[in-house]
Design a protein around this ligand. Sequence first.
Ligand code: PA5
Length: 431
Amino acid sequence: SMLKVDLSNVWGDLSLPDLLATEQEVFAAHKTLAEGRGPGNDFLGWLELPTFEETEELQRIRRAAERIRADSDVFVVVGIGGSYLGPRAAIELVKGQNHNLKDSDPQVFFAGNNLSTRAWQELCELLEGKDFSINIISKSGTTTEPAIATRALRWMLERKYGAEKAKKRIYVTTDPKHGALRQMATEEGYESFIIPPNVGGRYSVLTAVGLLPMAVAGIAPMDVMLGAARARKELDIRSFENPAWQYAAIRNLLYRRGKAIELLGCYEPSFRYFAGWWQQLFGESEGKDGKGLFPATVEFTADLHSLGQMIQQGQRNLFETIVRFAPPRKRTTIEVDWKNLDGLNYLEGKTLDFVEEQAFQGTLSAHVDGGVPNIVLQTDEVDADTLGELFYFFELSCGISAYMLGVNPFNQPGVEFYKKNMFHLLGKPGY
Ligand code: PA5
């Protein structure tokens, strides 16, 4: 089934004619993107990643994952930014936040996404006595955080298994030709996967970047790909029937009306890292030239007891985009309690998802009444197929939206500033 964008709760300052008036603009943005005629057009490889067939690269990913699942208790995924958030988003959404506590699949830990000594030492403790493999993900191959973690993890593997056996436990995902990591993989004989040169970090989740860690965690890459491939086909229509058009146009219109912040929310705790992936996608793609919606995230209902106050009555500079999944297949019912000391018997026999639905509806109208427009993205069951669909939907929407905003969605020049200062302070040659 296809994702639906429900716009019935955005109207207020905005009207349907306002939306329809952007048609030429959205059409032009989509066309520019699809024909590769806009800024950053050497980074459009992601448009064509979704496939209905299992490619050779996908087969290699599946086989590598089978080996890793057979010989490793733990899989350490090393990467940051676009080389990190996608796999983590996928695994947590489909397998749950507590996936590492289940015995059915190897544990997956993430490293190289910070410079915390405490986090590193904790990982070392967790790895003690465990059979593990590592996946180093870095397109440039030179990013400091993952490079430091990689050096240490390679040594740990060599000390534990010896140089030759360690090599069989190191998997590299990087550029096909360039960078220190490609050179390392070739020289040391590590199994390696490709991040195509025309796919930027935050658009790379449907390459080995996302797919190998997912496969190790027990998510079939082809299930994700099929959802994405269907989305690729269905989201190509050039009209307001296209959910990506609706989403891209509305968020730009709201931005132009002074709504400077977009809150992406969901009622599933396991959505947290998906929201993080979305935040990077839109933040790094649009936040430049003094422009861009600030992408923030909320987890409901938890944050209704936190940011809820601010959303309801704070500065009126935000709107919400709420992702709704289909009701759970297996339901949980609230039981009767004869004493009713908790006063909950009015819910006796009701399912938990019924209560959740009322929380969603109640929150929606409260926030809309409070002056916060709400976009509702209605999608399907929480599974690999829906995940693939969501990834492609947001990537395409982001490309269209950024072109409407008038920025290059595929660069991130601002990320270099902190690095320059840090390298100078660290005495890196050339800085
Ligand atoms: O989206 C991006 O391009 C960035 O967030 C990169 O993914 C991030 O900086 C990591 O880069 P690399 O994969 O080269 O280590």
